[in-house]
Write a protein that binds this ligand. Structure first.
Ligand SMILES: Nc1ncnc2c1ncn2[C@@H]1O[C@H](COP(=O)(O)OP(=O)(O)O)[C@@H](O)[C@H]1O
Ligand SMILES: [Mg+2]
Length: 227
């Protein structure tokens, strides 16, 4: 569970101060699928980065499962990120010279699991997203939708309890978009928390909760029925 209290983030650029998040209070339950919606520049990526332990807020507190993410050492925060949090990006962020299997294995490299076990886990996750027959393909040999599914498999590799996704369907056609959203719903049903940034209302319909950001402020919280 996340608990954000009075979280503010300002950026300093050429003597100007940009307030990207204003006094944000937000609680996200462990089994929530939250869609963060809002126009470009409203602070969505900033909020996701703060949740992911990648960007310290200027003020306020961010707790994940009762632990204050920015009042611990960098080492401790890195360990929490590696064990609890998975990331999905609009641009997939796959490593071009590695195969699908090798890309999925990346989060496992930091664990002490034997190489064969890491390999088996990667293959299992690729099966899970329907890519059991593409394990030796490189990203350039896969469609956009397949690349995002490899990225989903990579996210699952270390079995994170929290998945943070920034516009995960932004570069996909409508068919693969739906597939990726269905996988995210499945991952929620596995018992994971999903926090997805999107400016697509149809994508947000897959969430059980919507948070709207308007110039750094949470404007409305509404509960919606899951699609
Ligand atoms: N590293 C940065 N330095 C300065 N300003 C930034 C930085 N990152 C984001 N901003 C500004 O903060 C605001 C929120 O950005 P962002 O969180 O990326 O919004 P969104 O993801 O909703 O498009 C924008 O005005 C943006 O220009
Ligand atoms: Mg963004």
């Amino acid at each position: 569970m996340y608990q954000l209290k009075s979280v503010t983030k300002t950026y300093e650029r050429r003597g100007k101060t940009i307030a990207a998040l204003n006094e944000t209070d937000l609680t996200i339950q462990s089994d929530d699928f939250v869609a963060i919606i809002g126009p470009s520049g409203s602070g969505k990526t900033t909020l996701l980065s703060v949740l992911g332990g990648m960007l310290a807020p200027t003020s306020g507190s961010v707790e994940l499962d009762g632990k204050s993410l920015y009042e611990i050492s960098i080492e401790e925060r890195t360990a929490i990120r590696a064990s609890k949090i998975g990331f999905v990006f609009q641009t997939f962020n796959l490593i071009p010279w590695l195969t699908a299997r090798e890309n999925v294995q990346i989060p496992l490299l930091l664990t002490n699991a034997p190489a064969t076990e890491q390999c088996d886990r990667a293959l299992e996750m690729l099966e899970r997203v329907g890519l059991g027959d593409r394990t030796d393909h490189r990203p350039s040999e896969l469609s956009q939708g397949q690349q995002q599914r490899v990225a989903l498999a990579r996210t699952l590799a270390n079995n994170p309890r929290v998945i943070l996704a920034d516009e995960p369907t932004g570069n996909l056609d409508s068919e693969t978009r739906e597939l990726v959203l269905r996988y995210l719903s499945e991952f929620q049903q596995d018992g994971r928390m999903i926090v997805m940034v999107t400016h697509d209302e149809a994508a947000a319909a897959y969430a059980n909760r919507k948070v709207r950001l308007v110039t750094g402020s949470i404007e409305s919280l509404s509960m919606v029925e899951a699609a």
